[in-house]
Design a binder for this molecule. Sequence first.
Ligand SMILES: [Zn+2]
Length: 406
Amino acid sequence: MKKAIKCGKLFHSTDGTVGENQVVLIEGERIQEVLDAASFREEGCEVIDLSDKFVMPGLIDCHVHISEFGAPDTFRITATQLVGDALLMGLKNAQAQLRAGFTTLRNQGSPGFIDVSLKKAFNSGMYDGPRLLASGSCIGSTGGHADSHYSPYLQTVHDIIDGMVVDGADQAMKAARFVIKYGADVVKFMSTGGVTTMGTTIGAQQLTFEEMRAMCQVAEMYGVTSSTHAHGTNGIKTAVRAGVTSIEHGTIMDDECVELMVEHGTYLTPTIIAFRRMLERGEEEGIPPHAMEKAKKAGEYHEKSFRKCLEAGVPIVFGTDSGSPCNPHGKQHDEFKYMCESGMTPVQALTAATRTGAHLVRMWDDIGSVTAGKYADIIALDGNPLEHIEDMAKVCFVMKGGKVIL
Ligand SMILES: [Zn+2]
């Protein structure tokens, strides 16, 4: 039987307008038609009445760590967990995300290709879960942000631990092919140091142009996207010149950085909440001092860089680093508020989490708006986030592919 959703308000991500009293007709997994309530006939439809709700497309989070759970010291956890532990944690996290309204997630690093396994399980209908874009392991340099241990007596086991270590363009190319071979939709590499890892400086570039270009080139040839963890200016510029699809975090940027991103059409995934949560809760929850020190430094630069990108017209998506320290899955709605505090209008923030995200993951034909022909990924909220952006947390209805989840 067809489903019909009566929408009091319906957010159109295509142009940022809100329709009043519209009805969405759903046949199977997809939206058949969006029409005015006046021309809707109920016969033969299962009616879902959201007349007093704010209805919008399912949310897209372009930066999560599906197998991590917000522990203060991820470094220690990833060094001691089994792949099965990561998989079960990933299943729990993905389902929490879906119930929170995130119908599509782009993973940004997991051990043992557990994100690929989850994607298959969700796509086959074995479990309910969001649409998942997988990355497999992150790729970085010796001693870089993806290098998982600091004991010279340990051997690295590439496909099991969180990150793959490469040195030189040939190794980088091989690593990119390796993750794509096992199902990655996005090749994720580490251009600079990170906040949570020991011994790395956040601003310092950690891969050469040749190494980054090799990975971007492989991604282009195989028809997938690439993304890079990048805090510092030189790492960002080099990655953009190498052809990366998206800059993750984008913490310290000068004008040239922003100009290059505009010129190359590079996306920014800001993950403001990752810094905020560490600064607010980190000390209390026991984040190591080396990481707290770096989070403080990063926070000082980040908002300025975000504003520069916004003003210059860099395409900005919604991404939260969910799973990073003190930043658990399905509780990332504050990112909308932070984006608005940093200069976005509510319409821009909602568009980042729908239309722009759908373009980044190259699924705009299927998701990102409530439009005839697309998957019926639809959520509803109590309140009106265009008036109170905090209402984004009041998710009261979730449908994915025509199936009611919440
Ligand atoms: Zn991350």
